[in-house]
Design a protein around this ligand. Structure first.
Ligand code: ZN
Length: 134
């Protein structure tokens, strides 16, 4: 399979591995976008949130917490942003599920929240479409 992250997981492409276990690999990305930026990647190939298995997602989030605690301890992060994109329309660049961890620091000038356009959505209409009835 011609997948960049599968190649990294299979060590066909070298990377800076900061954590690895049976299910998850964590690396410093080629383009570190903020100080201490980490990618958290399942070793099994899943495209996105729509096909990742629950157990694999749980493993990933458990590692995200572990890495967050480590970033606080080792580089003094005072906050964490976890970013994710599923689907090209969401801005997913590598079609292998992954999370971005951004360590945050007081007054670091990073704005990890998107600047969204003004809107006037009908909340009742969207609520009726997505509400879960048990
Ligand atoms: Zn892959």
């Amino acid at each position: 399979m011609d997948c960049l992250f599968c190649k990294i997981i299979n060590k066909k492409i070298s990377s800076l591995i900061v954590y690895e276990d049976a299910n998850v690999l964590c690396i410093i990305p080629k383009d570190m976008e903020v100080y201490g930026h980490i990618l958290i990647i399942p070793k099994k190939h899943f495209n996105d949130i729509f096909d990742i298995q629950n157990k694999d997602l749980q493993n990933l989030m458990t590692v995200a917490k572990k890495i967050s605690i480590s970033l606080r301890k080792k580089i003094g992060a005072t906050g964490i942003n976890i970013l994710h994109a599923s689907g090209k329309d969401a801005g997913q660049s590598v079609q292998h599920f992954h999370l971005h961890l951004f360590p945050r620091f007081k007054d670091d000038k990073v704005n990890a929240w998107p600047q969204l356009p003004e809107n006037s959505f009908n909340k009742e209409e969207i609520f009726r479409k997505i509400v879960f009835i048990k």
